[in-house]
Each structure stands twice: as C-alpha cells, then as structure tokens.
Write a protein that binds this ligand. Structure first.
Ligand SMILES: [Ca+2]
Length: 503
C-alpha cells in the first residue's frame, strides 16, 4: 500500500482536515464578557502530543472523549503551531509571548550547545502571563513539567503562587510513585502518594485541590502534564486494553513505516499500547478538571485552553511511539509533524460551540489573548511576538499578521539538522542552515509536504527566504557558531552507525 492509498484508507486528507475560515465563530458576548468578574483560566499544556493524537483531530485509535467534548464546547484550530519543535523554547514562548529566537532559548534545556549556543533558562526579567495575571489578583497555580531552568528560575519565581512537580528536567524518571529512578527523583512533588499511583492522575488530583482552594477568586491553573513524553509508560490495565485493540487492527501488508529520510519514519498506524494509555490518562485528566469546574459552579466563567508543546515523537533512531500522518516527520523537525498542534479554546458565552478555525496561529499568541479576555491592559513590549486571537474567537475578523516564523539552529536526535522556517498564507519555506538550501510547500494542496516547489516557484521561494532572513535579523537570532559541517559529520557518522546496526 503506498502512502496516498493508506491515507485514503484511513479517511484522512488535507481537504478533510483543513476547513476554511473560522466556521461558525461569533456568539454574542454574554456573561463571560460582561460583568465585573474576571474569567478564570485553565491551561492544559500537554507534552509531545501530536496533531493527530486526539480523536477530534483524526485519531481513530487513541480514545479522547473528554478532549473531543472540549472541542465541541469551544473552538478547534486546525493550523495552530508550537513556536519550536522541542519542549523548552515553546514553553517559554507561551509564558513570555516572545519567539524562542528572541528569548535566546532555541533548544531544549539540557541539550547540546553545539553548533549553536543558547540560554539555559527563562530570564526573570520576562514578565510572564502568570505574573501579569497575579498582579491583577489572580491565584496562579503551576502543576507539572516546567523545563525552563534551574532552581532560581522555577515557576515560583516566574509568577506562580505554587509549584507542584515543576523542576529542571524535561521528563519524569518514571510515571509511577514515588517518581524516583536510580539517583533521580521528581523534585517539587508534595508529600503523599501511594504505591501504584500514576503521575498524570496525581497531577490532576493536585490540580483539583488548587481549584477547590481558589474557587472564590479568579485563578489561573497551568496544568502542564509530563505526559505523553518518554518514558512511554501507562497504567497496566490501559496498556492491556490497547494491546487487545491493536491486535484487531487491519494488517498493513507488513509495512510498518512511511519513510521520511532514509530510516527516519512515521509509523503507518497509531498502535502503541502504552502510548495510547498515556493519551487516555491525559484525556481523563481533562474530564476530571472539567467536572470539577462544573461542581464548583465555575465552568461558565472559565476559559479552557488545550495545547501541546511540539509534535508527536515519531522519528527517532528507533521506533517512535506515535504517528503524525498525514503530516511529515515529527518532534524535532520543522516539517508540519514537528510543529503543528492540537489546539482548543473554550470561552463560554463568547466562542461559538463546536467552531473550527483554520487561520494559522502560534504559541506566542496566548499571552495577549488571555490579557484581553481578562480585560487587562496589554503589554506590547512583553508579548511583542504574539497576536491577540480575539478577532478569531469572536468571529469578528481575521488576523493581519503576514507570517509565522521558526528558528531551530540545532541537531536533534530525531535526525533533524539546523533549520529555519516561515509560513505565509498557504506557503511554507524551510531553510537548511548547513548548505542554505530551501524547500517550498503549498500546505493547502500538500499538507504532507511531499512536493517541493522551490524550483517551480523561485520568486515565491526568494520572497519567503528574504522575509525569513529579515525576521532573523530582527530577532538577533543566534546562528550556528561552530562550523556546522563538523556537527553534520557527527550526525552522518551516527546515522551510518544506525544503518549498520540495522543490517
Ligand atoms: Ca515536548
């Protein structure tokens, strides 16, 4: 079965997934927009969750009834992006409203400084969205993964009243209590817990406590799950459930992967039992938080945001746990599989239920959007790279932004090489920093980025390349300092080794 036939067989196509405009947006502002009471915010940030890892984004294997329901009560964005294909930079972009290139955080913290130096923390000078809301009287709770620097830069120093589980690391030692392995433990976990306890459930329990404790004042709950990042571990009963489900999947003629570059692939189908269980636990978390908001009578005055920090993990030296098809590649790459995200915003009384928006948006946009939702003054110097999404959410207009940009001057274990990208309208250009070559795609007709138009449309490619270069100068973006070729050789050597091992 070739790729096109396969996509057809599972019913996924660009046309089916990308709907024009913001269909159905624009309920009249009612209770949430009027009155004196500021809206609460619940921000779900999922780690490494891919664009098609959710039912309402096309997954037919993972089960996400609660996230699907959230989408049916809010607006689902088809073309939402993370500002970077790895963790820390996107996390910083959300909290600071700035591009990772401007912040100098271009790599996951703890990763290699070669060939490009980067900042290993989010500076305290940044006035985060949490600080802005806290100043306005919000209770601010951080629960889960931080990954934005060492102790002096923890959430409690960046505007959050409490920090549960957020530390330097980008992954838990294990998802099971007591969250310790070898010499490493998850810092900042409060006492308590019992044998068999699962991290996603525990973080949800802690979140519910925060909601209970702060129900009488405006609050921001930033629930930043470690899931579904490695280690790929789920509760035994869920792994068993999906193992049985995977066995019932139709065969794929022995083909397991769709090739990207040689051995770097997307799995042909989503079928990893433990990963599926992790997704289900995240979905249950969303369901439990929504139920608690209802129980507390806060649901009608709470904005719920759902987002992921980079694409699904699909291309690694060994099998990746998920598939981002029909998108190309995954975490670590600037192809759509690495940066396009499931994103949902529920804003009761304002956003029309079940609406869908295909305008390109990115993770720097939350900051000004949330300030405006809260009726607070904008801070344009802080969220300088964000655009308020209010016109889309209210259905009253479009954004006037010319383009969205990426800068990832690093190698990644997925096989990615230092690169940058720009999306303007339907077109996207990727530039490879080693040899300055470019690839151009029309995402409207080619969501899988299979047909490079750079030679067919040289003027378009030149125009986007010039915009990308101008933007990099504006950002004062760091470019590879060491001779890139050197790292490329390292990478090539590693790749050759992998191939030799395979034979
Ligand atoms: Ca991540």
């Amino acid at each position: 079965m070739n790729r096109r036939d396969f996509l057809k067989a599972i019913g996924l196509s660009a046309a089916a997934l990308a709907l024009p405009g913001c269909a159905g947006a624009g309920e009249q502002r009612s209770k949430a927009g009027k009155g004196n009471k500021r809206p609460n915010f619940v921000f779900f940030l999922i780690d490494d969750l891919g664009w098609t890892d959710v039912g309402c984004y096309g997954s037919s294997f993972y089960e996400t009834p609660n996230i699907n329901r959230l989408a049916s009560e809010g607006m689902r964005f088809t073309d939402a992006y993370a500002a970077c294909p790895v963790c820390s930079p996107t996390r910083a972009s959300i909290l600071a409203g700035k591009y990772p290139a401007r912040l100098g955080i271009t790599q996951w913290i703890g990763g290699s400084n070669k060939p490009t130096e980067y900042q290993h923390y989010m500076a305290l000078e940044e006035v985060t969205i949490a600080e802005a809301l806290k100043e306005a009287g919000y209770a601010t709770g951080f629960v889960g993964k931080w990954h934005l620097g060492n102790k002096p830069y923890y959430p409690e120093h960046q505007g959050f009243d409490i920090n549960i589980g957020g530390d330097y690391s980008g992954a838990p030692p294990t998802y099971f209590y007591p969250y310790k392995r070898r010499n490493r433990a998850l810092e900042m976990m409060p006492p308590g817990g019992e044998e068999g306890e699962y991290l996603t459930d525990r973080l949800t329990d802690e979140s519910l406590k925060f909601l209970e404790a702060n129900k009488d004042r405006p609050f921001l709950l930033y629930l930043s799950h470690y899931a579904v990042h490695t280690p790929i571990q789920s509760k035994k009963e869920l792994t068993e459930k999906y193992k049985a489900k995977a066995e019932k999947l139709p065969g794929t003629d022995g083909q397991k992967f769709v090739e990207v570059y040689g051995r770097y692939n997307n799995r042909l189908v989503q079928d990893n039992p433990a990963y599926s269980g992790m997704v289900q636990s995240v979905d249950e978390s969303v369901g439990r938080v929504m139920a608690k908001l209802e129980e507390l009578g806060a649901a009608d005055n709470t904005v719920v945001i759902f987002m992921s920090d980079n694409g699904g993990l699909s291309t690694v030296a060994r099998e990746g746990p998920t598939s981002n098809l029909p998108l190309r590649a995954g975490k670590g790459w600037l192809y759509e599989g690495g940066i396009r995200e499931p994103m949902i915003i529920k804003w009761p009384g304002v956003v029309k239920k079940g609406s869908v928006c295909s305008e390109p948006v990115t993770s720097t946009d939350f900051y000004p959007t949330m300030l405006e939702m809260a009726g607070l003054r904008l801070r344009p110097k802080q969220h300088v790279d964000g655009v308020s999404l209010i016109p889309l959410l209210t259905g009253k207009g479009k954004l006037s932004r010319a383009a969205i940009y990426w800068h990832y001057p690093h190698y990644h274990g997925s096989g990615n090489r230092p690169s940058g990208a720009i999306r303007a309208g339907d077109y996207k250009l990727i530039e490879w920093y080693e040899d300055k070559s470019v690839e151009l795609y029309n995402l409207k007709t080619d969501i899988g980025e299979q047909h490079d138009l750079a030679d067919e449309m040289p003027e378009k490619a030149d125009q986007l390349r010039r915009m990308l270069h101008r933007w990099r100068r504006q950002m004062n973006a760091r470019m590879p300092a060491s001779e890139p070729r050197e790292d490329f050789e390292v990478w090539q050597g590693w790749r050759r080794k992998q191939q030799a091992n395979k034979q």
